[in-house]
Design a protein around this ligand. Structure first.
Ligand code: NZQ
Ligand code: ZN
Length: 389
């Protein structure tokens, strides 16, 4: 049964091959000073930088460059971005890149006019902004996180060995607009493309594996998962298949723009464990999730057996005839494992740079959330991590 909820998503999306044509219209809504946020240079190689800069110039904007946003943006980089925004009285934060750039732009947005230390306030104390925020716009080049249409911002603190995501409660932290051109993702290396695909899949799982009620969100999730599995197989064979890449892009947005969480409790423990692995290894986000997922799901399966049976039947089309629930559920997870291997995902944390000596620390760094089928104790997390080595 659905509980009480409100639903609001103010991000305006422009989707398709011609989506960038809408940037000028959006820029007209904001002041002259634009902080152009991007990563390590992929947008310079594939020409997206030139296109965006030309539009900014044509529209009379002053451009303040904020380059070098790393995958898993750090707290030090956040301080740097806040300084650029303050020094130049920036009116709009324009992120051109993947989830790291979008997340970072949101973190800068809530920090520019904030007197407290943003790491303390937003990531250790999980407070909400009490200051004016800056508008954020995104031109997405990497698909997976859903950051283009949500209020999440993940920041890593290497010194404290913590990677923490804050999903801000106020919808005004979401990007004001996002440009989604599937062709902008064609130049992604295969490992990033598949990491993004698994990130999408896992976002859906995190919201699906909870509750025992009959809930519209779960039916939507099953459809999203089936479509994603189908399109991923095409994209891995032919990365320039526009239909597949556009379906993947659109699925990513719906997987984490708050819709499929409505009326549900949610799990998010794969992300919590994966983020702790990320804090220790700085590994690619989607790969950290892939590496811990199966040990986690196999561990919690008995506590949510009915849902795992449904997952096997509805998502993986496992033939249930003559089998008991446990057999069906296990076959579903095996089918998922085969698909993950077919994509070429990293299936263990050792390959990501983790080792047995790190397990105690990673366990400690894992935030335990209560929404899934089993609230994990620390020794259970350590066991799941051991299984993931
Ligand atoms: O830095 P550049 O040179 O641009 O290269 C990037 C980066 O190395 C490259 N790339 C991006 N677009 C490209 C491209 N290379 C070639 N062609 C293109 N078109 O891809 C690499 C990864 O980019 P990144 O933005 O780091 O990836 P992703 O989109 O997966 O973002 C990861 C971050 O988002 C957080 C993660 O924890 C991580 O910090 N997340 C944010 C969430 C949210 N806001 O809700 C939820 C997620 O669960 C996730 O935690
Ligand atoms: Zn994720």
């Amino acid at each position: 049964m659905l509980g009480n909820f409100s639903y609001e998503n103010p991000t305006k999306l422009y989707f398709g091959e011609d989506a960038l044509e809408n940037l000028a219209g959006e820029l007209a809504k904001y002041g002259k000073n634009v902080q152009l946020i991007y990563g390590g240079g992929s947008i310079k190689k594939n020409g997206i930088y030139d296109k965006v800069v030309a539009i900014l110039k044509e529209n009379g904007k002053n451009i303040f460059e904020d380059a070098g946003v790393m995958p898993n943006p750090t707290v030090e980089k956040l301080y740097e971005g806040v300084k650029i925004a303050r020094d130049n009285k920036v009116d709009l934060l324009l992120a051109v890149g993947g989830g790291s750039c979008c997340d970072y732009a949101k973190a800068v947005s809530v920090s520019v006019n904030c007197k407290e230390d943003p790491w303390e306030k937003y990531y250790l104390k999980f407070e909400e902004p009490t200051c004016e925020t800056l508008p954020v716009g995104c031109v997405l080049t990497m698909v997976g996180t859903g950051s283009e249409m949500n209020a999440g911002a993940v920041i890593t603190n290497h010194e404290q060995k913590m990677k923490i995501g804050h999903v801000f409660a106020d919808a005004k932290i979401m990007p004001k607009f996002t440009i989604l051109n599937p062709k902008f993702t064609y130049t992604l290396p295969k490992n990033q493309m598949i990491a993004g695909i698994y990130d999408i899949f896992n976002h859906i799982c995190e919201q699906y594996f909870s509750g025992e009620d009959d809930n519209t969100s779960d039916y939507i999730s099953e459809g999203l998962m089936r479509g994603l599995i189908h399109s991923s197989r095409i994209a891995v064979e032919n990365p320039e298949d526009y239909e597949a890449r556009s379906n993947i892009m659109w699925t990513a947005t719906w997987a984490l723009n708050t819709l499929v969480a409505k009326g549900k409790s949610t799990d998010w423990m794969v992300h919590m464990i994966g983020q702790a692995v990320g804090a220790y290894t700085d590994a690619t986000h989607g790969m950290t999730l892939a590496a811990v997922s199966l040990p986690y799901y196999r561990y919690i399966m008995p506590y949510g057996l009915a849902k795992f049976v449904r997952f096997a039947k509805e998502v993986w089309k496992i033939d249930a005839a003559g089998k008991n629930g446990e057999q069906i559920a296990k076959e579903g997870l095996s089918a998922m494992e085969s698909w993950m291997k077919e994509l070429g995902l990293v299936m263990n944390i050792t390959e990501l740079g983790a080792n047995a000596e790190m397990i105690a620390g990673i366990t400690e760094a894992t935030i335990v959330l209560p929404g899934g089928y089993k609230v994990l104790e620390k020794d259970e997390i350590a066991e799941i991590l051991k299984q993931s080595l």
